[in-house]
Design a protein around this ligand. Structure first.
Ligand SMILES: [Zn+2]
Length: 161
């Protein structure tokens, strides 16, 4: 068993060419928290209807750099954002540890303070794996956090009658 939780998503609006025959193929995008808990991993699977070629691209440093924003947008469009929230009262004594954690993740001093304020305010949003990863970092510091999964952004919903 793996500790990682895999979010498998179908993104029909993310398309690319088949590497073998060049036909347009739809791509399956999956994201997960990696087994060590230090990052979000992506994989893209393409299955060509024409020539049956199947290709899996696993996340490696540099592989998805140019695609990152596109993949993330596609994920968010399909599953919406998730949100991590921490009660400021319950977690008050853990604020220094949370700030240190944000610093270790690359935040500036001001950025860490901003992140903590967001966390204990409206919450911090991200893709399901991003927020699961953040929640696991925070609970490792002893914090009590809640993870909310949103449906699609309701303000962007259309077609209601
Ligand atoms: Zn093909």
């Amino acid at each position: 068993m793996s500790d990682s939780e895999m979010y498998v998503l179908y993104c029909g609006d993310l398309n690319g060419p088949c590497p073998r025959c060049g036909d347009a193929v739809s791509l399956h995008v999956a994201e997960a928290v990696d087994g060590d808990g230090d990052g979000v991993l992506w994989s893209i699977t393409s299955q060509c209807v024409g020539c049956r070629h199947t290709d899996v691209m696993q996340d490696r440093p540099g592989v998805f750099d140019a695609l990152d924003a596109t993949i993330r947008q596609a994920l968010v469009a399909r599953v919406g954002f998730a949100r991590v929230h921490a009660d400021p009262g319950v977690n008050r004594t853990l604020r220094p540890r949370a700030l240190a954690m944000f610093r270790r993740q690359g935040a500036t001093i001001a950025g860490a303070a901003h992140d903590y304020a967001a966390l204990t305010g409206v919450g911090i949003t991200g893709t399901p794996a991003e927020t699961a990863l953040l929640a696991s970092h925070l609970t490792a510091e002893g914090m009590q956090v809640t993870l909310h999964h949103h449906d699609h952004d309701r303000t962007a919903a259309s077609g209601s009658t």
